[in-house]
Design a protein around this ligand. Structure first.
Ligand code: SF4
Length: 236
């Protein structure tokens, strides 16, 4: 039985909460304007982790936790020559692999995840990276962020929005969410963005976060979103 005072469902009800007395910053017109500006600035934004196939993207994304893409690419350049497929990672010597991926940090946990995920891919999925979120989430060390990166970039399947540290910061600065928890931010973004923009939007926000809207002292003078942005830490 519904609550006697509950209101009818509406799109607005699902949007992130906003400061009272101000226009809703997640209204479709403003969101469309932000998407347009991002398309203008970053028409070719894409994943910066080098990979030749979906499996390599799983491994690179696991390695990218708390590490730059540049460092991951340096490590994987030789790593993928020694371990060319899921089978070779699945039955790798753990202490050797630990040393090989050491420069990416958290190498013990990452080794466990890489070997665990590779074994699962070989033994349960016939050596192919699965194509659904539910199956991806059964792989050891793979959470929604990694699953979204792989499904979106390697398979072009939009099953969610990648929320990394840049998306987390910029979604808040642009008032597209008021949450800090990546899972809640993802839910907020999925409600206000058209699904056919989910993949490209996170690539573009990550590029913007790396190049212009950096964590400390964002380069607002160079930002084409400036007129749409009311971030408290704007530098102009
Ligand atoms: S105006 Fe500044 S804070 Fe706002 S999105 Fe641009 S760089 Fe980031």
């Amino acid at each position: 039985m519904g609550h006697p005072r509950s209101k009818p469902k509406s799109h607005a009800k699902n949007r992130p909460s906003v400061r009272s007395g101000t226009p809703d910053p997640t209204n479709p017109k403003r969101v469309a304007a932000i998407l347009e500006k991002l398309d203008e600035a970053y028409p070719n934004a894409t994943c910066e982790l080098k990979h030749a196939n979906p499996f390599q993207l799983v491994i690179s994304t696991i390695l990218s936790a708390q590490c730059t893409d540049v460092r991951v690419n340096q490590v994987t350049e030789t790593l993928y020559k020694k371990y060319p497929d899921a089978k070779s990672f699945a039955y790798a010597n753990p202490s050797e692999l630990e040393q090989e991926i050491r420069p990416t940090g958290f190498f013990r946990n990452k080794t466990k995840s890489i070997i665990g995920a590779s074994k699962e891919i070989v033994e349960k999925f016939g050596g192919e990276v699965p194509r659904t979120m539910d199956e991806m989430l059964t792989l050891p060390g793979v959470a929604r962020k990694t699953a979204n990166v792989v499904l979106g970039t390697a398979y072009r399947i939009a099953s969610g929005v990648v929320v990394d540290t840049h998306v987390q910061r910029l979604a808040n600065r642009l008032e597209l969410t008021r949450n800090e928890d990546p899972k809640k931010i993802e839910q907020d973004l999925m409600k206000i963005l058209p699904q056919d923009k989910w993949i490209q939007f996170s690539h573009q926000l990550i590029w913007h976060g790396r190049r212009v809207c950096v964590a400390r002292k964002p380069r607002c003078m160079e930002c084409n979103l400036e007129t749409l942005c009311r971030a408290r830490d704007k530098t102009i």
